[in-house]
Ligand binder design. Structure first.
Ligand SMILES: O=c1ccn([C@H]2C[C@H](O)[C@@H](COP(=O)(O)OP(=O)(O)OP(=O)(O)O)O2)c(=O)[nH]1
Ligand SMILES: [Mg+2]
Length: 160
């Protein structure tokens, strides 16, 4: 498998924080952990910025996406407010995660808890070309569910 080099720097005081790693051979994401003093909590309906203790340097043409962990979402209703968070290749600050608690109970986070996962992805840059009119398509400006929800109701879609 083709690999890129991801440079990782721990912030001061994060010497005990593990370097992000893939949990299994086929994992898409490396888990990120909470680099907080001891313990913190997020009340139901609230969100909080959680530091991870690491900074990264990506090659140009790549980004890191900060995605939720499904286990936290399913068990606790905890996810990432701005999911997927975008880490730009020129960002040199600490990676932080905006966790939000949609659950009914307080969510308690301990230092070192795995709170998110980071997926490296290629980025395409676009040359922007302004035109008077775009090419026409069958869909046109139909969107936001205009094809319906029921897979059995095909007759309506055939008309489109
Ligand atoms: O979940 C996130 C999202 C972003 N960032 C950092 C890395 C990213 O490169 C930078 C800017 O993020 P973004 O572009 O999403 O935020 P913005 O509100 O547009 O801020 P900026 O004006 O700094 O680009 O903040 C994080 O640490 N965690
Ligand atoms: Mg931005």
């Amino acid at each position: 498998m083709e690999k890129i080099k991801l440079l990782i720097e721990r912030v001061k005081g994060a010497e005990d924080i593990p370097i992000p790693d893939y949990m299994t051979k086929g994992s898409s994401g490396m888990d990120l952990v909470a680099c907080i003093d001891d313990v913190t909590e997020i009340n139901p309906g609230e969100f909080r910025l959680i530091p991870t203790g690491i900074k990264i340097e990506l090659p140009e043409g790549y980004e890191a996406q900060i995605r939720p962990r499904s286990g936290l979402a399913l068990k606790h209703g905890v996810t990432i407010l701005n999911s997927p968070g975008t880490i730009d290749s020129d960002y040199r600050g600490e990676i932080k995660v905006i966790l939000i608690n949609f659950g009914k109970s307080k969510f308690i986070i301990h230092r070192g808890d795995r709170i998110a996962q980071m997926v490296i992805s290629r980025v395409w840059k676009a040359d922007r070309i302004e035109v008077a009119v775009l090419n026409k398509t069958l869909r046109g400006d139909g969107g936001f569910g205009h094809t319906g929800i029921n897979s059995l109701a095909k007759s309506k879609r055939r008309e489109l």
